[in-house]
Design a protein around this ligand. Structure first.
Ligand code: SF4
Ligand code: SF4
Length: 661
């Protein structure tokens, strides 16, 4: 029997198995809810080129270049493998049928790519064995490392077989394009100098079959393994969210509706596709403040649990039967515990780290929505918060008449339609928190010094609803957002200044869903602008605050890409750039207060604020500079716990106000 007569049925069987496995998995996506991920095709194609083909995020990490080399070699070798398969079925079909001017460069490219892929695999194996980063050294990863080695082994065998086959053909004088294949030609020389020189034909046959069998095994294994991401990662980059990822979709509150997600089919098809796209690289886990401080939340495992749950429950759900494992339940494969779900600070570090643009955090919020809205199951300390928000529209339940108490030392005007340019939206912390009130006064002083036309809503101001939305209490958030939007519209408010990144992101990004496009500016950007335009002039450089360390707020930085403005303000006010923390900008480490965690106890693991304060103290700061009232509270509490009272915490507005004295 000829090689072709054996290979062809094997190939057909492998392709049928591949197609069947893909169908079994991808048909499960049909269980998910509808979601449009095809608007702005131009932008999506650009993002796909940048993140998938350009490997932007992959390259940002050490060893990322190695993955990039393997990825691109793999793409180039699709040519060689396509040729191999065609020739296996139809002998005589070969690149060599094309003119030398086309086939020569193609085989040269394949020859070089084979060597690069082989080197890439050797480096990847060495890294896994010798220089394993912490996040690859967990029980979870160890349990799955066999699969990683198997795939790397497949790739290495394919490359060795490639060189063996082409080297033998060149040695036998059967390769017309030998001049374009320097590495295969080198292999030929080695073969001719070895004992194999006398049995080149059987060796070529062996290499051919090795290549064929490994390729077929690879085709069969791919859709069943985590390396399915080879098929899904590129489309997932195309399908990424073009909205701000912490801006969750609105809910329709109709009687009898289900709210949030308690069963895997309540996720959207894209949420489910994310599960199939995870490369299990561990970058999200490595960036997550909850994981780092010993909480039962690991964003990688959340995505893995959704995938596992879908694979286990999917066939039952497709037949209209009940799921067999819960999505939210006790700790087990395919389930997320409630502690997992409540541990998230919505800092967005996972989303920012993921090389294939998976959106981990929004899935956690969807599960929170179910717990809060369908089951009234939430940590008991949130009960007060929810009641206070509903009744008094602030987290502490303080009377709205006290919203203007911060202004007892200065004259403040109400916002007047047609007369006032900016609404200074004070925010609940700025109005009620004794420490944050100092920041409010400092910012008001700055606005006056720069002759800005501004006014406040006074006791008419309501909470923006940020914590409610991130905690999954969408029902109350929806009510508050509607009330705020109506008030803004009635008063003709279009420009808003905020001192809190949470108010900033909610008014700017979330309220768009309610039909209002406000020009919202956080004070970091406004002050920077005023200083640069010369509209705000400082009377002195602030030197007395010593070594200033700057902490990026997640909701200003990662969620809104504002990194340079606060740094520039500090530099202008003090004459020196701030000292940077190791974890900064889009890799900044959360203070622990986002996602409504500000209002919750932190019983499990190390406190997140202590982790961050410990990091900051390694820089010997005299002052830690922040841009958020939550960060202020978390740092001040952490410094007290660390008995580092000599280190002060200042908002950048206080720094600048000091320079105005
Ligand atoms: S948003 Fe932050 S806390 Fe939540 S899972 Fe992602 S990295 Fe962890
Ligand atoms: S979700 Fe993204 S970052 Fe996390 S392990 Fe998967 S691919 Fe890596």
């Amino acid at each position: 029997m000829t090689d072709q007569a054996i290979f062809t049925p094997l190939l057909i069987a492998a392709l049928i198995f591949f197609a069947w496995s893909c169908y079994k998995r991808f048909s499960l996506l049909g269980l998910g809810q509808a979601e449009d991920r095809f608007q702005r095709i131009d932008l999506r194609i650009w993002d796909m080129l940048l993140y998938a083909f350009g490997q932007k995020r992959v390259m940002a990490k050490p060893f990322g270049i190695n993955h990039c080399i393997i990825f691109w070699s793999f793409l180039i070798l699709l040519i060689a493998n396509g040729e191999f398969i065609l020739a296996g079925v139809l002998p005589g079909v070969s690149l060599r049928l094309l003119s030398d001017g086309i086939s020569g460069p193609l085989v040269l490219l394949c020859d070089l790519a084979s060597l690069l892929a082989l080197i890439g695999v050797i480096i990847a194996v060495s890294r896994r064995l010798l220089f394993k980063p912490d996040y690859l050294d967990t029980a979870y990863v160890k349990g799955r490392s066999f699969e990683g080695f198997l795939i790397l082994g497949f790739i290495a065998l394919l490359m060795l077989a490639y060189f063996g086959l082409h080297g033998a053909e060149i040695a036998m004088g059967e390769e017309p394009l030998a001049g374009y294949m320097p590495l295969s030609a080198f292999t030929a020389k080695l073969l001719l100098a070895s004992p194999l020189a006398s049995s080149l034909a059987p060796f070529a046959s062996f290499a051919w079959w090795l290549h064929a069998l490994v390729l077929l095994a690879f085709i069969c294994f791919l859709p069943l393994s985590k390396h399915m991401h080879i098929l899904t990662a590129i489309p997932n980059c195309f399908l990424q969210s073009l909205d701000k990822p912490n801006t969750q979709p609105r809910e329709e509150f109709k009687k009898g509706e289900q709210f949030g997600v308690a069963e895997v089919s309540q996720f959207t098809w894209k949420d489910l596709f994310d599960g199939f796209s995870c490369t299990e690289c561990g970058r999200c886990q490595n960036a997550c403040p909850a994981t780092a401080t010993g909480k039962p939340l690991n964003p990688r495992q959340v995505i893995h649990a959704i995938k596992t749950n879908l694979l286990a429950n999917g066939p039952y759900l497709q037949r209209g039967e009940k799921p067999v494992i819960p999505l939210i339940g006790e700790e087990s494969e395919g389930s997320n515990t409630e502690d997992t779900i409540w541990s998230c600070t919505t800092c967005g570090a996972c989303i920012a780290a993921c090389p294939v643009m998976i959106e981990q955090m929004p899935k956690i919020i969807k599960m929170r929505r179910h717990l809060v809205e369908m089951e009234s199951k939430f940590p008991e300390e949130l009960l007060n918060l929810f009641e206070n928000m509903e009744q008094r529209s602030n987290p502490w339940g303080i009377a709205p008449s006290e919203r203007t108490k911060w202004s007892s030392t200065m004259e403040v005007k109400p916002f007047e339609q047609g007369k006032t340019e900016y609404l200074f939206y004070i925010g609940c912390a700025g109005a009620f928190d004794s420490r944050a009130k100092h920041v409010t006064v400092a910012l008001a002083t700055i606005l006056n010094a720069a002759n800005i036309s501004w006014g406040i809503l006074g006791k008419e101001e309501k909470c923006c609803g940020d914590s409610l939305r991130r905690l999954g209490n969408e029902y109350v958030f929806d009510k508050m957002a509607k009330e705020n939007v109506q008030l803004f519209k009635e008063k003709g408010i279009t420009k808003v200044i905020t001192q809190c990144p949470h108010c900033f992101t909610t008014l700017k990004n979330d309220y768009k869903q309610y039909g209002i496009e406000l020009q919202v500016i956080h004070h970091a950007e406004l002050i920077d602008q005023l200083l640069k335009e010369g509209k705000l002039k400082l009377n002195k450089q602030v030197k007395e605050l010593g070594n200033i360390v700057f902490h990026d707020s997640c909701y200003l930085g990662r969620h809104n890409d504002i990194y340079e403005a606060p740094r520039s303000v500090i530099e202008t006010a003090t004459g020196n750039a701030p000292t940077e923390l190791e974890r900064k900008k889009d890799n900044s480490f959360c203070c622990g207060a986002g996602g409504g965690r500000m209002w919750m106890e932190e019983f499990i693991g190390e406190r997140i604020n202590l982790n961050r304060v410990t990091e900051a103290l390694t820089k010997n700061p005299d002052t830690i500079c922040v841009t958020c009232p939550y960060c202020m509270t978390m740092f001040e509490d952490g410094l007290k716990d660390k008995q580092a009272g000599q280190t002060k915490v200042r908002d950048i507005a206080e720094l600048v106000a000091e320079g105005l004295r």
